[in-house]
Design a protein around this ligand. Structure first.
Ligand SMILES: Cc1ncc(COP(=O)(O)O)c(C=O)c1O
Length: 385
């Protein structure tokens, strides 16, 4: 008997993520990496200075399990300023090690064996493994190109007595689409008479173009049974800090914290300290984020406007989808490998975000959280195709 022969994987279909694979391939081939979603420019230097000071002045031990009170209070003010909603910083807010931990904790706390969880495909890749580990089963509503709006009839048909949780994500990764107020209302109408919770992944809440993004924070009914997830990684260009938070009614927060205290107990104290001080000193820090990214989106879109790619609408996030049907018949994974090898640009194939990708859909995702020169260089290569 070998260890491998008796090992039964709890996640047999999970391998290395496409993000790791494409980033590694991009590094190996020296390609411009527009695949993984992280900025190639530095965060605000004042925030970095605050983090250095927090470390040097001794904020290096465990914080309270729920997060530094000063940070939770600053988050409560941010939510009130942005959404006009008052939340209790002691009972409703928990600081986590990135949005990822918050999502994982919420699913582990709420999903029981055999419960059904509704996802909207394409979906961020963390949701399904977390549901599977909790013993739940995912059911999926397909979002269709080009606008990726939910089909509420299809959603209602999936609801059963076993449905326990719906996971939503707006602004949406990977499609760059945003829900409208009427979508939140349709969701509420569909679940109002059932015992269903909502996990709302809003990590791109401050990155939206044109109309303001809708948030579950603003829906007076949904919010009573929702957990809303945010990420400082996205809002302050600090993906490597992995500091996020989750806001939920007290009863849900109590259960969520039971998981959080054993998964991580707390998040890096000096980083929490730095973020709290920054939010206090620069209360408008996230206000300029949409304009900042809209400019990058437009640089990329303008540079590709005359190319043979079709640009799908992008109303939020820092992701732009491109349809390459006019250029190649390859499937999207093969096309992305070819792009790295032959064109020197790394992208993400959109099919990996689906359980069952639509046939003949030829879409790739580019991340435009990059310096303008990087975007122009990549677009120039792509426009030659
Ligand atoms: C939709 C979505 N949710 C959650 C996360 C995870 O955020 P964090 O890095 O704060 O864990 C990401 C990161 O890419 C994301 O795109």
């Amino acid at each position: 008997m070998t260890i491998a022969s008796v090992l039964i994987s709890k996640l047999p279909s999970v391998g290395t993520t496409i993000f790791t694979k494409m980033s590694a391939l991009a590094a190996e081939k020296g390609a411009i990496n527009l695949s993984q979603g992280f900025p190639d420019f530095p965060p605000d230097s004042r925030l970095l200075e605050r983090a250095s000071q927090a470390i040097l002045t001794g904020n290096n031990q465990y914080s309270p399990m729920t997060g530094l009170p000063m940070l939770r209070e600053a988050i409560a003010r941010l939510i009130e300023g942005h959404y006009g909603r008052k939340v209790n910083s002691n009972d409703d807010i928990t600081v986590t090690s990135g949005a990822s931990e918050a999502i994982f904790d919420a699913i582990a706390a709420l999903v029981h064996d055999g419960d059904e969880v509704i996802l909207f495909d394409p979906a961020y890749d963390l949701y399904e493994p977390a549901v599977t580990l909790a013993g739940g089963v995912c059911r999926r509503v397909i979002l269709k190109a080009p606008d990726f709006r939910p089909d509420w009839q299809a959603f209602s048909e999936l609801l059963t007595d076993k449905t326990r949780l719906v996971i939503i994500n707006t602004p949406h990764n990977p499609t760059g689409s945003c829900w409208l107020e009427e979508d939140l209302e349709s969701l509420w109408q569909a679940i109002a008479q059932r015992d269903i919770y909502v996990l709302s992944d809003e990590v791109y809440e401050f990155i939206h173009f044109g109309k303001s993004a809708v948030s579950v924070h603003q829906h007076p009914e949904l919010i009573k049974r929702s957990l809303v997830v945010s990420s400082f990684g996205k809002s302050f260009h600090l993906t490597g800090w992995k500091v996020g938070y989750i806001v939920a009614p007290k009863a849900l927060t109590v259960e969520l914290r039971k998981v959080h205290q054993f998964v991580s107990f707390c998040t890096a104290t000096p980083l929490q300290q730095a973020l709290a001080e920054h939010l206090i000193a620069e209360p408008e820090a996230s206000a300029g984020l949409s304009g900042f990214y809209q400019q990058k989106r437009d640089v990329l879109r303008n540079a590709l406007a005359d190319s043979r790619f079709t640009l799908l609408p992008c109303t939020g996030t820092y992701f732009q989808l491109l349809d390459y049907s006019e250029i190649s018949d390859l499937d999207d994974v093969a096309f992305c490998e070819w792009l790295i090898d032959q064109v020197g640009v790394a992208a993400i194939p959109v099919s990996v975000f689906y359980q069952q990708p639509p046939t003949n859909q030829r879409l790739i995702r580019l991340c435009f959280a990059k310096e303008e020169s990087t975007l122009l260089d990549a677009a120039q290569r792509l426009a030659r195709l």
